[in-house]
Design a protein around this ligand. Structure first.
Ligand code: ADP
Length: 202
């Protein structure tokens, strides 16, 4: 990094921005196997929070790869870079006062730790989608498991590439036993219990 780059402190602080929104910014980091329900739950939660008047932003794996990270492939280095950039972008959105929802497989503990360490304590909320592989594979919403089993996709998480289970996630959801509404309400209850969101009067 160039030594001539100076960090500017803004006149409107991060907490000023959040205060106006009646919420505390945080990053909800959905991690889990393909088909475990990350996008479905993150989207449903996004809608539920938005309808209640909270200010959110959803970052989704495929979409980010179409834009910001279009220069990255799937090598080990590029995967680390992919997650690092998403973490930094999420950080900027929380600085803007938003509740950020990010849905990425992010199979490696070290990558998730890297993102966690960008945030003040309590603001990184790891949501582990603990849906069994068998269920994910049966669903196979994008047909990727079938391709991976046929050897058409290499290094597919859960098949021939590992998924490192989070040791201490803030939240654990299993969409094979919990419906979408139950999962969404579980996250909202957690946010309330941690005073990240406040009931609006009326
Ligand atoms: P991911 O983002 O983890 O790859 P998706 O959300 O894209 O997973 O896919 C999950 C699939 O499982 C979707 O087709 C969804 O409709 C289905 N599904 C069935 N039951 C549930 C549930 N309780 N929660 C979330 N998804 C569910």
């Amino acid at each position: 990094m160039s030594s001539n780059i100076v960090w500017h402190n803004h006149k409107v602080s991060r907490s000023d921005r959040a205060h106006n929104k009646n919420q505390r910014p945080c990053l909800l980091w959905f991690t889990g196997l393909s088909g475990s329900g990350k996008s479905t739950i993150a989207n449903a939660l996004d809608v539920a929070l938005h309808q209640r008047g909270y200010h959110t932003f959803l970052l989704d794996g495929d979409n980010v790869r179409h834009g910001l990270n279009r220069d990255l492939g799937f090598s080990d280095d590029d995967r680390v870079q992919n997650i690092r950039r998403i973490g930094e972008v999420s950080k900027l959105f929380t600085d803007a006062g938003l509740i950020v929802l990010s849905a990425f497989i992010s199979p490696f503990s070290s990558d998730r730790r890297l993102v966690r360490n960008l945030f003040p304590a309590g603001e990184f909320i790891e949501v582990f989608m603990d849906t069994p592989l068998e269920t994910c594979e049966q669903r196979d919403p994008k047909g990727l498991y079938q391709k991976a089993r046929a050897g058409e996709i290499k290094d597919f998480t859960g098949i021939d590439s590992p998924y490192e289970t989070p040791a201490r996630p803030e939240l654990r959801l299993d969409t094979s036993t919990q419906d979408v509404e139950t999962c969404v309400n579980g996250v909202i209850d957690y946010l309330k219990s941690r005073n990240m969101i406040f009931e609006k009067p009326g």
